[in-house]
Design a binder for this molecule. Structure first.
Ligand code: CAA
Length: 240
């Protein structure tokens, strides 16, 4: 039977490309999403995968959602923590809510998914967790103390959990995407985005499929010796 892979925020952008790639790799892919029913329906129909709706920042909802997937589809063997939001603004304009929502969803979501799925992986002796961090968690970014802190946290979370999973056959890795051609990046003011693209040595935004390729590598059967690593996929913008 094909291994079940859950991709959070999997119905749009990078997450959707990850779902498509993992499906073509032979996984039984399930996409989680939080809000956009229309995009979820389209994704489900076009990719032929199941979608489950809940907020990954909500601990109880995440435990319940993953239990439902376990009961209806099978034990979750791969988790891709991709769900994330931005609430950009300089610190002096940032509200506590902007800070807290980004921490709750982007970083809290990783903890919640791991709490739901890591124990089963540990018991079965096999698992793959891939956390989507960011170049802005590595290098920082003007106007993103919340997002940079959460993404940086994801990189620390990855290294700590990798140590706990290692002797149980559970690998935990991160990918740090640069600026990728998605709705999230399209929301950056045009003038600001142009200046950012000018600093990318490859000379363009990345494509979601280029991140999915990295996830595919990390989830493979023969990737068991790769754990605790961060794969930067950023067109050379930050070499770390
Ligand atoms: N470094 C230094 N100064 C900067 C700067 C930077 N990177 N960006 C903006 N500034 C300066 C501006 O030049 C401006 O200065 P002046 O008033 O002297 O001209 C001042 O800061 C204010 O800039 P804005 O007019 O843009 O101010 P704002 O309050 O309207 O917006 C902002 C501020 C929200 C930070 C906006 O500039 C912005 O959205 N920046 C982009 C942030 C960004 O890169 N987000 C990434 C989103 S995508 C993502 O996060 C995915 C991923 O993982 C990569």
């Amino acid at each position: 039977m094909n291994r079940v892979a859950v991709v959070t925020g999997g119905t749009r952008g990078i997450g959707r490309a990850i779902c498509e790639r993992l499906k073509s790799d032979g996984f039984n892919v399930v996409a989680n999403y939080a809000g956009n029913d229309e995009a979820a329906k389209k994704c489900s129909e076009e990719l032929g995968i199941s979608t489950y709706k809940w907020d990954v920042g909500d601990h109880e909802a995440t435990l319940a959602g993953c239990q439902q997937i376990h009961d209806e589809i099978g034990p979750v063997e791969v988790v891709v923590n991709n769900a994330g939001i931005t609430r950009d603004g300089t610190l002096h304009k940032m509200s506590f809510e902007d800070w807290n929502e980004v921490m709750r969803i982007n970083l809290g979501g990783c903890f919640n998914m791991a709490k739901a799925c890591f124990p089963g992986m540990r018991e079965r002796g096999w698992g793959r967790i891939v956390n989507i961090g960011s170049i802005n968690g590595q290098a920082g970014q003007y106007g993103q103390v919340n997002y940079a802190a959460a993404k940086s946290g994801i990189h620390g979370f990855t290294k700590a959990l990798a140590q706990e999973g290692a002797k149980f056959g559970v690998t935990v890795n991160a990918i740090a995407p640069g600026y990728i051609d998605t709705d999230m990046v399209a929301a950056v003011p045009q003038g600001v985005l142009e200046k950012i693209i000018a600093k990318i040595p490859v000379g363009r935004l990345g494509q979601a499929e280029e991140i999915a390729r990295g996830v595919s590598f990390l989830c493979a059967e023969d990737a068991g010796f790769v754990t605790g690593s961060t794969m930067s996929i950023n067109g050379g913008q930050h070499m770390y």
